[in-house]
Design a protein. Structure first.
Length: 387
C-alpha cells in the first residue's frame, strides 16, 4: 500500500531539488550495494534494491517525477499511473540501459558497455616500484645510483612457454583459447551475460599439461640484477624516475612494464627548498649590521661573499640570483637563493666590551640612563585599560 512506502527522495538519500546527475549517482551506489548477484539469498538486500530501482525509475523520468511531486505515490496506484511491477509500479517504461551498463561492468568486470580486455591478446607487464635515498646536493646537481633488485626473465629452457621442453601448451578447452568465458545469470531486470577471465587458463587461452621443471610452468626465472639509475638535476622529494621496460614481463608477447624509482631527499642542516628556490638564514653581528661589510654566505655552489649595507635591520632578506635549484626541463635555468640576515645579540661580554657599549650608548643618545617619567607611564596604562 502507498502508506507503507518510503518517500522516493528519502530512499535515494537526495534532496527534492537534486538534479539528474545527483539522482543517478545516488542510485548507482545503492544498486552496487544491494544488487542480488552481490547478495545471494539476502531477501532484505533484494527488497532494498527493488525499492531503490523503483525510486530511480520515477525520479529519473521528468514526467513521472512531476506527477510524483504533485500526487505522491498515489500517482502510480491503480489507473493513475500504470499497473503491475513492484508495489504496483510498472517498470516496462523505465530506461535503465545507461546506468546499468556501468553498474554491471563494475560488478562483474565485464559485460554491458564496459567490456573486459580483448581475449588473450598481448598484455603489457606490470610496473615495479622501488625507492632510493639521496642527499640534498645530489638532488640539486643530479647523480648516478645503482639499484639492486630481482627481475623476471623468460625461461631459457622452455623459451617462456612454461611447458616442458619437447612439449607445447594446449588450447584451453573451457574457453576455446579466447581467454574469457561468458556467464549467464538472472537478475531483477532479466537475463544478464557477464564476461570474465577464464578460471582454467587465467586468461592466457593456453593450458600446460606438463610444466617446465626449470620455471615450474611460469615461463619465467628470477635473478638479481643491478640497474643504473640516472637522477636528473633538480629532482624533488617524492618525484620518480621512470626506466622503460625494466618492470615485470608482459603476457602473451606483450612488452615489459617500467621500473619507477621514487626519490627520497634527505634534509639539509642549513638549506631549505621550495620548488626551484633555496632559503637559508645567516647570523650577523650588530657591528656588521650597523657599519656594513663583507660576510661569507654558504650556497650549494660553495661560499660566496656578500656585502652587507650599513644600517641593515634584522630579518632583512637578500637574493642571490641563479644560486637555486636547476629546472628539470633545462638544467641551465636555475632558481634563486634567498638569505635572511639575523642580527645576533651576544650573551657573553668582557668588561672591556661592556664599557665600550656604554660609551657607544652615550654617543648614540644615552638610552641606558634615560629616566622614566612615572606620571606619563601611569597615564598610558590608564588609557590602555580604560573602558
Amino acid at each position: 500500500m502507498a502508506e507503507s512506502k518510503r518517500d522516493y527522495y528519502e530512499v535515494l538519500g537526495v534532496s527534492k531539488d537534486a538534479d539528474d546527475g545527483a539522482i543517478k549517482k545516488a542510485y548507482r551506489v545503492l544498486a552496487k550495494k544491494y544488487h542480488p548477484d552481490m547478495n545471494p539469498g539476502d531477501a532484505e538486500a533484494e527488497k532494498k534494491f527493488k525499492e531503490a530501482s523503483e525510486a530511480y525509475a520515477v525520479l529519473s523520468d521528468p514526467e513521472k517525477r512531476r506527477q510524483y511531486d504533485q500526487f505522491g505515490h498515489a500517482a502510480f496506484e491503480g489507473g493513475a499511473g500504470g499497473a503491475g511491477g513492484f508495489g504496483g509500479f510498472d517498470f516496462s517504461s523505465a530506461d535503465f540501459s545507461d546506468i546499468f551498463g556501468d553498474i554491471f561492468g563494475d560488478l562483474f568486470g565485464g559485460g554491458g558497455r564496459r567490456g573486459g580486455r580483448a581475449g588473450n591478446g598481448p598484455m603489457r607487464g606490470a610496473n615495479i616500484r622501488k625507492s632510493i635515498r639521496i642527499t640534498f646536493e645530489e638532488a640539486i646537481f643530479g647523480c648516478e645510483k645503482e639499484l639492486e633488485l630481482i627481475l623476471k626473465d623468460s625461461c631459457t629452457a622452455c623459451n617462456g612457454t612454461g611447458a616442458k621442453p619437447g612439449t607445447s601448451p594446449e588450447t584451453c578447452s573451457k574457453c576455446g583459447g579466447k581467454g574469457q568465458v561468458v556467464y549467464t545469470s538472472q537478475s531483477f531486470f532479466g537475463t544478464v551475460q557477464n564476461v570474465q577471465t577464464c578460471p582454467s587458463c587465467g586468461g592466457s587461452g593456453k593450458v600446460i599439461k606438463e610444466k617446465c621443471p626449470s620455471c615450474s610452468g611460469t615461463g619465467y626465472t628470477s635473478s638479481k640484477k643491478k640497474i643504473q639509475v640516472s637522477i636528473p638535476a633538480g629532482i624533488d622529494n617524492g618525484q620518480s624516475v621512470r626506466i622503460r621496460e625494466k618492470g615485470e614481463p608482459g603476457l602473451n608477447g606483450g612488452p615489459r612494464g617500467d621500473l619507477l624509482v621514487e626519490v627520497n631527499v634527505s634534509r639539509h642542516p642549513i638549506f631549505q627548498r621550495q620548488e626551484m628556490h633555496i632559503f637559508s638564514t645567516v647570523p650577523i653581528s650588530f657591528a656588521q649590521a650597523a657599519l656594513g661589510g663583507d660576510i661569507r654566505v654558504a650556497t650549494v655552489d660553495g661560499d660566496v661573499i656578500y656585502t652587507v649595507k650599513p644600517g641593515t635591520k634584522t630579518d632583512t632578506k637578500v637574493r642571490l640570483k641563479g644560486k637555486g635549484v636547476p629546472s628539470l626541463r633545462d638544467s641551465r635555468v636555475r632558481g634563486d637563493h634567498y638569505v635572511t640576515l639575523v642580527i645576533q645579540t651576544p650573551d657573553k661580554l668582557s668588561a672591556e666590551a661592556k664599557e665600550a657599549l656604554r660609551k657607544f650608548d652615550q654617543l648614540a643618545g644615552n638610552t641606558l640612563n634615560q629616566k622614566i617619567d612615572e606620571a606619563k607611564t601611569k597615564k598610558k596604562f590608564k588609557d590602555i585599560f580604560k573602558d
